[in-house]
Design a protein around this ligand. Structure first.
Ligand code: MN
Length: 262
């Protein structure tokens, strides 16, 4: 199969019109046949929600470029299980997100969720995020994305592989680090105010950013070392380290059985 015939699916959570998506499309276009299936409006922090209780509409905005009135995960689902079902993409990429998806961001991220849905459906996937709050210069991130995707196509990733990539903003990164998920906080602020009709409203999501200094973490790679962070993610949320803590537990009035029915 020639490289050009390999289908690459592109999505994001910022919308089909966003600058970061455009940069990612331009980055991977020389590497395969690019299909864009992305939300028709900003869906940042949509997490992995899917729309089971309302109809979804797909609008073809131009050739191989579709806007969906749903979530990032809806886009991946519709692309892989419907639009491209007869010739599935060999790789899915999501982003480039306008902002970081580090540490606990991953739990809320629509960018990661789109990629995760792809990976769940058997298409290896990579989420790209530019760690910046303003002055988004996507060029260095796009260069890294092109190189990584090129490598991933020549030496294919396993079917359920999911990589979370964060590129530091405002610098030309000289290298990358394979990392693990770190820990951070935005300060948990709740701003209470009053709307023009005299009713209270609340604005959540703080701005007092701090990350823990965890060796080998995504945050350290990006903020301390100004390097690209590449974290492999999986869907298995079982906390294996906590299983022994539960070994002595009893719930009154109920028998405790061993797994698999013993
Ligand atoms: Mn976003």
């Amino acid at each position: 199969m020639s490289n050009k015939s390999k289908r690459i699916l592109v999505s994001n959570d910022d919308g089909y019109f966003s600058e970061g998506l455009q940069a990612l499309v331009e980055a991977v276009s020389p590497l395969g046949e690019v299909w864009v299936v992305a939300p028709d409006r900003e869906q940042s922090a949509a997490s992995h929600a899917i729309s089971l209780h309302r109809p979804l509409r797909i609008k073809e905005v131009r050739e191989r470029w579709f806007a969906v009135d749903g979530t990032p995960a809806d886009c991946a689902y519709l692309a892989i299980n419907h639009l491209l079902k007869d010739d599935r993409p060999v790789l899915m990429v999501s982003g480039i997100n306008h902002g970081a998806n580090l540490a606990e961001d991953i739990m809320y991220s629509g960018t990661v969720a789109a990629a995760m849905e792809g990976a769940l459906l058997g298409v290896p996937a990579i989420a790209f995020s530019l760690v910046a709050r303003r002055n988004f210069d996507f060029a260095p991130a796009a260069r890294f994305a092109r190189s990584l995707v090129s490598s991933a196509l020549s030496r294919p990733l396993p079917p359920r592989m999911l990589l979370n990539v964060n590129i530091p903003g405002g610098v030309e990164p000289e290298g990358y680090v394979i990392t693990r998920q770190g820990r951070h906080s935005y300060g948990f602020e709740v701003v209470e105010n009053e709307d023009p009709r005299g009713r209270k409203y609340y604005w959540i999501g703080g701005s007092d950013y701090q990350h823990e200094d965890i060796p080998g973490s995504d945050c350290n790679a990006v903020f301390r070392d100004k390097r690209v962070s590449v974290t492999p993610l999986h869907f298995e949320l079982t906390d294996h380290g906590r299983l022994p803590d539960l070994s002595g537990w009893q719930v009154d009035g109920f028998n405790r059985h061993e797994p698999d029915g013993a």
